[in-house]
Design a binder for this molecule. Structure first.
Ligand code: AHR
Length: 552
């Protein structure tokens, strides 16, 4: 039996759909309504953050080439990478892990570089290493050349804020306090501030963001939520701030584990200490391309380059789950955090494929990055924008040579991936006012295992800064372009300057950049037709588009 409120809901939904259908023009295959007068929240620039783990080719070769290298560098940092990253305005960079963080002793990475100890990297024995990888280099035996000062210089050079992940599994609360002191105690005040000066940084580094452990339910110590809550409170008690408003990020759930969140928040709230939690981290990878045949972590993974329609859509379907994960985590958090002081920090997200397409053998967990990954990035960033009232920070995993990279860098070779271009396009959203959007488009149906899978037909988000509207649209269809009506509700329409469009698309969703073909996928910029408050635009298959519209 259907109750009356459900009946009313369905009637209203049907009326809404009918209304949307009526608004669509005859030839259109979709409608996007941008509600100019319905702001959601300011989009935290930190949503566009990055992740640098000391894993495979991320740090050594990727970022750090050393001061004496023949590769152009800025104090040992790969110059091409610094410059390309600076162009996309990275707001925040997380380091040194990931799982690596819970094995890291920050003291190994300070002092004269030639005196720093060499340690076995957490990832040295990983099952995913390509068979031809040499295990003699810094990717397996960490020479600690890239420590706290080198990382914060990297951040400064690119314009980002540092976000440290502290070791909870292997270090003490005292070690954590000392790391904060090394970073933030004012010049000349403490032994560690003096050490920092010897290391080349006299002034405090003013590090604000501190992750307290990583994946505490797994590689970060296999805690129960209650035990982790106790440790979190011990680590964050009475940490001297040195005039920096420290922001502690708790290690949140595995995917959408609601029980982990509920029990952590309950324990911390019961102690009356929710005020200690600034952010709640959440990790979500899209990795199962198997169409539901298995949920086994390793066996479910597909190939980054060789994929069929089902594998293409399955990865995107998993990425789309981000939206419901955010909503359901938020609902659980709100049981204890009614005023929503704590923000979600999605500090690992992206596609994760099986080994086999690494840009070079030492790039553990390295994988090629195609237009499919650009589509995944577009719809994920759209999701964050639409949930900008909930998501305070995020970090794509990872920056270079690993998982959903923005860059490949090896020896003197360097190139950007399609995902880099998406970040460049979406930069306009940083710090702007997110606006509500309504989307009506036929869902995509695809063959999945022995049945049918389904995906939303379009993804988008919109934001307003001054009188410039930015609308980003992702068409996830593998082979169908979409003719879409765009209605700017509450606006008098574009000014005489009209609209600027940037489109990232390729004839084939498998298209990608490589050292040999670094410009195979690049965005195209054009002046767009946008006459009045309503216009039509065609979005190519497997594409990401940005429209920048100067409002009248
Ligand atoms: O990004 C690779 C790994 O994935 C990270 O180290 C860990 O946090 C996650 O499981």
């Amino acid at each position: 039996m259907m109750n009356s409120s459900r009946r009313e809901f369905l009637r209203a939904a049907a009326a809404g759909m009918a209304c949307a259908t009526a608004l669509r023009s005859a030839a259109s295959e979709g409608l996007i309504e941008v509600l100019i007068d319905e702001p959601i929240a300011t989009i935290a620039p930190e949503i566009y953050g990055h992740f640098v783990e000391n894993l495979g080719g991320v740090v050594y070769d990727g970022i750090w080439v050393g001061e004496n290298s023949a590769i152009p560098n800025i104090g040992g940092l790969r110059k091409a990478l610094v410059e390309a990253l600076r162009r996309i305005s990275p707001p925040v960079i997380r380091w040194p892990g990931g799982c690596f963080a819970d094995s890291y002793d920050w003291r190994d990475g300070i002092g004269p570089r030639d005196k720093r100890p060499k340690r076995t990297n957490f990832w040295a024995g990983a099952a995913e290493w390509p068979a031809n990888a040499r295990h003699t280099g810094p990717q397996s035996y960490d020479p600690n050349q890239f420590g706290t000062v080198e990382f914060t210089r990297f951040c400064k050079a690119t314009g980002a804020q540092p976000y440290f992940a502290a070791n909870m599994r292997g270090s003490s609360a005292q070690d954590f306090n000392r790391w904060v002191e090394y970073c933030n105690s004012p010049a000349g005040t403490t032994t560690l501030a003096d050490q920092r000066a010897v290391d080349g940084e006299r002034e405090a580094l003013n590090v604000r963001y501190w992750g307290v452990g990583n994946e505490a339910w797994g590689c970060g110590g296999s805690f129960t939520p209650e035990d982790y809550a106790t440790e979190f409170l011990r680590f964050t008690a009475w940490v001297p701030g040195f005039n920096v408003p420290l922001a502690f990020v708790g290690s949140g759930p595995n995917g959408n584990d609601l029980d982990w969140t509920q029990r952590f928040f309950a324990k911390v709230a019961q102690k009356g200490e929710l005020g200690r939690v600034w952010g709640w981290s959440m990790h979500h990878y899209a990795w199962n391309a198997s169409g539901g045949r298995t949920t086994d972590w390793a066996a479910g993974k597909g190939d980054a380059l060789r994929f069929d329609a089902e594998q293409y859509y399955e990865i995107l379907r998993e990425a789309y789950q981000m939206s419901s994960f955010i909503t359901s985590q938020w609902a659980v958090m709100s049981e204890m955090d009614r005023r929503h002081r704590v923000k979600l920090v999605v500090d690992e997200w992206g596609a994760w494929y099986a080994p086999g397409t690494e840009p070079f053998a030492e790039a553990l967990l390295g994988q090629q990055s195609t237009m499919r990954d650009a589509v995944l990035a577009g719809l994920t960033l759209d999701t964050f924008n639409r949930h900008s009232d909930k998501v305070g920070m995020a970090a794509v995993a990872q920056l270079v040579n690993c998982l959903q990279s923005l860059f490949f860098a090896h020896e003197d070779k360097f190139c950007v991936t399609p995902t880099y271009h998406v970040f460049d396009m979406y930069r306009a959203h940083q710090g702007a006012q997110a606006l509500r959007t309504l989307v009506s488009a036929p869902a995509i149906a695809y063959a999945r295992d022995k049945g049918t899978g389904s995906l939303p037909g379009l993804s988008c988000s919109a934001s307003l800064r001054d009188r410039t509207l930015t609308l980003t649209v992702t068409n996830p269809s593998l082979d169908q372009a979409r003719e879409v009506d765009i209605e700017l509700r509450g606006a008098r329409g574009p000014s005489a300057n009209g609209a600027k469009a940037v489109t990232l698309a390729a004839a084939d969703a498998h298209a990608h950049n490589s050292f040999e073909s670094p410009h195979a996928v690049e965005p195209r910029e054009e002046q767009a037709q946008a006459g009045g408050a309503r216009f039509t635009r065609r979005f190519p298959p497997a594409s990401v588009t940005k429209l920048e519209i100067a409002l009248a």
